[in-house]
Design a protein around this ligand. Structure first.
Ligand code: ATP
Length: 200
């Protein structure tokens, strides 16, 4: 059983996934991490990106300048589409091969764009970490030490809260402290083990 875990920026996906892994030994695959792996130096995707955007898209050490790329595609839907068509299948392959190595009772696929990217068709359930927007904003600004406007722009570009919730089988409401989040994760884990024993 593969369970998707999604939520907006700074909603608490990592905090929730860490609990599944640390307290319950659940194998966690992080789609964000895979999206960085596929553009590492030596990977074909990086060559394609340089062919399209020029050498200026690289940092001095030859690795991808991710923020420069983000700027290039942010306001250019066509470039963004080109990039997504290049990267999504590669990211998906990385995700699948990592999921195949899981040996916990179920595995978790953590992805901020689970639904938008179609990665949810790899999963049999979807957990949404839901948080009031003001709290999401405050936690992200504090974690990343970035301007509020920057976080707002990212929130705007991501699926809206209601849209995400439409895909949820399970919801983690992260408006309390970490202990409250952990208690919800523990309860979900118990439920999943029951589901595995007695599929409904
Ligand atoms: P991103 O999509 O940006 O990677 P995320 O969804 O993984 O974000 P986290 O990094 O888990 O979010 O959480 C955002 C910040 O809020 C972190 O600094 C985290 O420690 C903090 N945080 C998460 N949940 C709680 C909570 N219940 N109480 C207090 N702080 C929290």
């Amino acid at each position: 059983m593969i369970i998707g875990l999604t939520g907006g920026i700074g909603s608490g996906k990592t905090a929730a996934a860490n609990r599944f892994a640390a307290a319950h030994g659940i194998h966690v695959v992080d789609a964000d991490q895979k999206s960085r792996v596929v553009v590492e130096p030596g990977r074909p995707a990086l060559t394609h990106i340089v062919d399209r955007f020029g050498e200026a898209i690289l940092l001095k050490d030859g690795s991808l300048n991710r923020s420069a790329l983000r700027e290039k595609v942010f306001a250019a839907p066509q470039e963004r589409q080109w990039l997504e068509e290049l990267l999504h299948p590669l990211i998906r392959d990385e995700i699948i091969s990592d999921l195949q190595s899981a040996n916990s009772p179920y595995a978790l696929l953590v992805s901020p764009l689970l639904v938008e990217s179609g990665q949810n068709n790899l999963t049999s359930r979807v957990i949404v970490v839901d948080v009031p927007e003001a709290m999401q904003l405050a936690r992200t600004v504090e974690r990343d030490a970035v301007p509020e406007a920057q976080v707002r722009a990212i929130m705007q570009a991501q699926a809206q809260r209601e849209e995400r919730m439409r895909h949820a089988h399970d919801v983690l409401t992260n408006d309390g402290d970490l202990a409250a989040l952990h208690a919800q994760v523990d309860a979900l884990h118990k439920r999943y083990l029951e589901l595995l024993e007695r599929p409904q």
